[in-house]
Design a protein around this ligand. Structure first.
Ligand code: B3K
Ligand code: ZN
Length: 871
């Protein structure tokens, strides 16, 4: 149990700061046991603020050594220190406050604030880590120019970095050296960064569109220096793309990226000095999969794009997080789409949104993209704020067109460069730049839940009109039982009997609870293609027949909807098999279903990547979202049945395609869209074939593993084997271990594969692996690879009926919470949706949540998730 409840913060309580900071100067004396931080800030009281208003600073776990106001030591009554900060009284309208504190980075296991990773110093300040470094108004609407001086032992920490430009450096007599960095751009404290360590770097240059030269550097420990080229090329592509698509240039003379092994998330956009999880920097054909290559490029892009959407224009308060995150995710999605395959990217993003965000929206943690309250802001870096936030931004573009959207972006920067603003300012810029009223659109920011749009169609043969009837609703979520109608852009097409588009693509503006749209001169009764390109983050239903879905799979001109028709067909089939299973009725697949899959497999005119997507069934998690109350074991059985049945029925086609694609892919590795597509279709074929019990197929897998010229093919083969109880499995897993044990990032893949195996005994294996010499519970990547994979990507075993998976997770959450609450609070989430499961599992999950909630000394992070889950 917690000592007292963590405080809830409300959006409606926002007040502007009483004091601004004109300049901040920091001095870090980095030591082997502790670090001394000197902070000299010039404060200025805002006009209109009463003279006796105290200066409020945040600060946590700091040892206060000295404090001086305008050069004079403060007396006891002049200030008051609490667990969370300090109030300074009787300050003049303009004053200089000097504070010296001591902190212990070497003991910081929360990986927030200043800490060490592999013996090097680094920081993570977003959202509220700066207050673990020094006393300061650590809120995003207080911005200033930072000067940072770093002093450290020269031999141990030859590289000293912070934001901005290096303006001085030198040696000290005692073996230490120093460096001074000045950042000319005003920024909030969450964008501050410091790095000190024994690092090497690669360097490149970029000339901006206005002709300025920017030095680009990626810093890493020496042994990874040869794996930075892809990240560097990605950075240059991102810089170029932002100039082309949004007219946005980089603004400092240097851009630095530092790769660290211990990091709570993916990466951080600190001004001029990004800190990255090494997983999202290092790539070589032998060690990184296609997916790794693509995500590295996307995240390098994402952090770079934050320089404008987040740093130049930042958030007024943390409720506005989606202002920068939703927008920046949208920008990175567009970057990937422009560079690779737009439909494939769209399918991947929507798949992820439906699996994770729809689930969050249906959970007790459901929140609007702009939440109205929180206990711990770190809990709100969610798929809702990020990915649904990106969908909301995308809807502006769908409604306004690309040019209209660009006009809105231009106006947003024109108005707000250098400011800390709210989501309303973004909406206003979009509306004003286009002269349209978008007031109803605001509801996307304030209402949680996934809207449902039910569609029916009438065709009048005599009048040759076709009418679509749309009805929207939205389930109750914790913040509101009743919802007002959303403004939903629904992109539609109508397909004639030859598959031709009868009306092109039209974007309907659904604004009311019920609305009908009539199309004239429709010569025949069409098949509607609805929500093309997934034009809004909603669940859309339409009473499609199997024949209509098969027709759309073949003919829809919208690639996304062709794929989606297949997903609908698969889901219908899965649901009916689940019914049959429950009634212990006979099991089988209709011929129509099998031949639809055969058609995809054998249609050589289709793009490889899209074929691979189309062959991929909805995941077990996707099915659990729809099949309520969920029984993960039944879901696993049904999905495996479909895989095995298709594999056996289409074996010859699968083998032929596999052989063909395998033969085509013999050249040098390249992570371009065409090669990635070819590998992914080949490996989808292999995964299907692996469902057939046949030693010959296991041998094919082993051979692909052994002869693979790249990690994608090696991992794909190993993934198939990891789910089969055969000698080839043991051989390949052992070989992989022996080959890669020196490389922690590659070993994460090995941990992850075993944690997601469907074979019996997987939980025991996970427990054994926790004792492995290379496993370290203090390293978030390891925790995510082993514990996270098991709890989030292995529903069969995590939801074992005896509750063993749940008990295991509870133990890990409590163990983690004592050292790293942010990671613990991520790991506990699989228990959150307990209400959706069948009664035995549901009760067992709930019991675990109650046990966690009752644990003494629980962090506010985990407390918020479990207490909200139990409401
Ligand atoms: N802005 C950071 C996330 C910070 C998370 C703090 N708990 C990375 C990003 O979204 O780019
Ligand atoms: Zn971001």
């Amino acid at each position: 149990m917690r000592e007292g409840q963590p405080k809830t913060v409300y959006l409606q309580d926002y007040t502007a700061p009483s004091y601004r900071v004109d300049a901040l100067s920091l001095v870090f004396e980095l030591g082997e046991t502790s670090t001394r931080v000197t902070n000299v800030a010039n404060y200025r009281r805002e006009a209109g603020v009463a003279a006796n208003t105290p200066l409020e600073l945040y600060g946590e776990a700091l040892e206060l050594l000295e404090i001086r106001l305008n050069g004079l030591p403060l007396q006891a009554g002049d200030y008051q220190v609490t667990d969370t900060g300090m109030s300074v009284y009787n300050v003049s309208a303009l004053c200089t406050l000097e504070i010296v504190t001591r902190i212990y980075p070497q003991k910081n296991t929360s990986l927030e604030g200043l800490y060490q990773s592999s013996g090097n110093f680094c920081t993570q300040c977003e959202a509220q880590g700066f207050r673990k470094i020094t006393y300061y108004p650590d809120r995003p609407d207080v911005m200033t120019v930072f000067t940072t001086q770093i002093l450290a032992d020269k031999q141990k920490y030859p590289v000293l970095l912070s934001n901005g430009n290096l303006t001085g450096s030198g040696e000290l007599a005692d073996g230490r050296h120093w460096a001074r960095w000045e950042d000319p751009f005003h920024k909030p404290a969450y964008l501050f960064a410091l790095v000190a360590g024994d690092l090497q770097h690669v360097e490149d240059h970029y000339t901006t569109s206005s002709g300025r030269d920017v030095t680009l550097r990626i810093y890493t420990e020496a042994h990874n220096i040869d794996k930075c080229d892809h990240a560097m090329q990605s950075l240059k592509r991102a810089m170029h793309w932002d100039e082309q698509r949004f007219g946005l240039e980089y603004d400092l003379d240097i851009y630095m990226i530092v790769a660290v092994d211990d990091f709570n998330m993916g990466a951080m956009e600190n001004k001029g000095l990004n800190v990255f999880n090494s997983k999202l920097v290092f790539a070589s054909p032998a060690t990184a999969t296609d997916m790794d290559y693509v995500s590295i490029e996307a995240v390098i892009g994402h952090e770079y794009f934050h320089n404008w959407t987040g740093n130049r224009v930042t958030c007024r308060d943390w409720f506005q997080l989606s202002l920068k995150e939703g927008l920046t995710v949208f920008r990175d999605q567009e970057f990937t789409s422009d560079l690779h395959s737009r439909p494939v990217k769209r399918i991947e993003d929507v798949r992820m949104l439906r699996t994770n965000q729809f689930a969050e929206d249906a959970s007790p943690m459901a929140h609007p993209i702009r939440p109205a309250s929180y206990m711990e802001i770190n809990n709100f870096y969610t798929v809702t704020v990020y990915e649904k936030g990106a969908e909301v931004v995308r809807m502006y573009q769908t409604l306004l067109g690309r040019d209209g959207f660009r006009k809105g972006m231009d106006l947003y920067f024109q108005r707000h460069d250098g400011q800390a603003v709210a989501t309303e300012n973004f909406l206003a810029a979009m509306a004003d730049a286009n002269g349209v009223d978008l007031s109803q659109f605001q509801r996307w920011y304030d209402q949680a839940g996934t809207p449902q749009v039910a569609v029916t169609m009438d065709y009048d043969a005599a009048a040759q009109t076709c009418t679509l009837h749309l009805r929207q609703s939205c389930p109750a979520t914790p913040e509101a039982a009743e919802k007002l109608p959303f403004l939903i852009p629904v992109a539609v097409g109508l397909l004639g009997s030859n598959g031709q588009d009868l009306i092109g693509t039209q974007v309907l503006r659904l604004t009311d609870a019920e609305q009908s749209f009539t199309f004239e001169q429709v010569a025949e009764c069409p098949v509607p293609s609805l929500l093309r390109g997934f034009s809004a983050p909603v669940r859309l239903s339409y009473p499609y027949t199997t024949a209509e879905l098969v027709f759309l799979m073949k003919h829809d001109s919208d690639a996304f909807n062709r794929w989606d028709a297949g997903q609908r067909l698969a889901m219908q089939t899965i649901l009916s098999l689940l019914d049959a299973q429950q009634q212990q009725a006979a099991f089988g697949l209709e011929h129509e279903f099998i031949s639809a899959y055969q058609a995809i497999l054998t249609d050589n005119t289709l793009d490889h990547a899209l074929r691979a997507e189309a062959m991929t069934l909805p995941s077990e998690a996707d099915i659990a979202e729809v099949a309520r109350p969920s029984d993960p074991e039944a879901i696993h059985t049904v999905r495996e049945f479909i895989h095995a049945t298709l594999a056996k029925a289409l074996r010859l086609d699968l083998e032929a395609l596999y052989a063909d694609l395998h033969a085509q892919g013999q050249g040098d590795y390249s992570p371009d869209a065409v090669s990635i597509g070819r590998r992914s279709l080949k490996n989808v074929c292999l995964a299907y074939l692996g469902r057939i019990q046949d030693d010959g197929i296991y041998e094919t897998c082993l051979q692909q593993y052994r002869n693979a010229g790249n990690m994608t093919d090696a991992m794909a083969a190993l993934a198939v084997l990891s789910k089969i109880d055969c000698p080839q499995r043991e051989e390949a897993l052992q070989h992989f271990h022996d080959r890669w044990q020196h490389d922690p990032l590659v070993m994460d893949k090995w941990f992850g594969l075993q944690a997601t195996s469907s074979l019996p005994g997987t939980l025991q294996q996970v427990q054994t692996l926790m004792q492995h010499a290379l496993f370290d519970i203090r390293n978030p990547n390891k925790v995510r690879a082993l514990v996270g994979s098991f709890a989030m990507r292995n529903p069969l075993h995590f939801h074992a009926q005896d509750g063993s998976g749940y008990t295991f997770l509870t133990e890990r959450v409590l163990e983690l919470d004592a050292m790293n609450p942010q990671i613990a609070s991520r790991m506990v989430r699989p228990l959150m949706n307990w209400r959706q499961y069948e009664p035995t599992r549901s009760a067992a999950m709930k019991a675990q949540l109650e046990q966690i909630k009752a644990h003494s000394g629980l962090s506010g992070d985990v407390y918020e998730i479990v207490s909200k889950s139990l409401v």
